[in-house]
Design a protein around this ligand. Sequence first.
Ligand code: AMP
Ligand code: MG
Length: 375
Amino acid sequence: MFALDFKNVHTHFFMAFGMKQTRVFQVNPEEPQTEAIGEAAAIIKAGGLVAFPTETVYGLGADALNADAVRALFAAKNRPLDNPPIVHVADVSGVYKLAQEVTPKAELLMKQFWPGPLTLVFKRYPDVPMVTTAGLETIALRMPNHKVAFALIKESGVPVAAPSANLAGAPSPTTAQHVFDDLNGRIDAILDGGPTCIGVESTVLDVSVDPPMLLRPGGTSLEALNKVVGEVQLHPFITSLAELPAEKARSPGMKHKHYAPKTPLVLVEGPSVVVMSKIKELISLCWFEDKQVGVLATDETAWAYEADVVKSMGSHRNVDAIAANLFRLLREFDAENVDLILSESISIEGLGLAVMNRLRKASGYKIIRPAVVQG
Ligand code: AMP
Ligand code: MG
């Protein structure tokens, strides 16, 4: 008699369609189980792909020194090959194996902010695989502040290249479910350590130039950087209110579409009262055209809108909470089937700079700034 082996049927099904069987390991974020970490690290060492939580968003890890593994990482995410991942290390000694010309300023920044949401761009050593740095002369390095990430990198014994664990262009994942929704069947494993706490990606700071240059605002605020190293140059892409030509990009990621929900998003910027009245006007227009409309509001303003869906990012008084909620809400809107999302803006203080950068990108720079009537 012939007995069906379901496990094998399953495996063959995945293999026939060029898919992987993605295993999900539940891990305690405070005390990650050695067994799960051991299995995940074995996958990394063998050239596989493992998604894991960090304090910012979930990352998709591969051995940074294994060119084939990093190529597979790009393929799993559909990420353009010219946009290099951040390489994660578990201790500062890892930096000196990958980066040259580590200045006293860079050392001060590492001492002050690592482990934490700050990525530093250094001149790289020539033996780092080309694909890991997209052929650039520099390498982006970070030490994450999360016990699961730390244990995985340490146990793997290699630097771990880890971009955000989403399909390229989509909002970054802040839960293991988001990773699963985007990458199930494309990666080997997910370490599920619960929701991430910061919710926006790390700040990217180029320390191969002086003064250092901010390439991406993120989980470490500009104000905090200024306190430690004084002047920081802002790359024009950060302050720009419109899309700049791609050749001006200093960080390859700047020129790619990012963080966008599938639903079109329009960002309305300006003082709260003006923004609210503009959004109300736009809701009426949408309804007139029989379109379903959602509003991304704040705790202070959400009550004022009548729309098909209203979601609050959080209170203006707690920008950190807004950052933590942002990507989840963008994904939730896609499930609501609205035709358009109208988003409010927030102040650019603290993590607000990162939130506004992500919202501008999510809108594809479809930004409305209603005129403020003086008087
Ligand atoms: P992600 O890993 O998805 O959070 O994105 C990493 C970000 O770091 C992207 O915006 C990259 O363009 C940027 N990045 C990585 N390596 C470098 C580098 N060597 N120089 C400048 N930016 C970099
Ligand atoms: Mg990303």
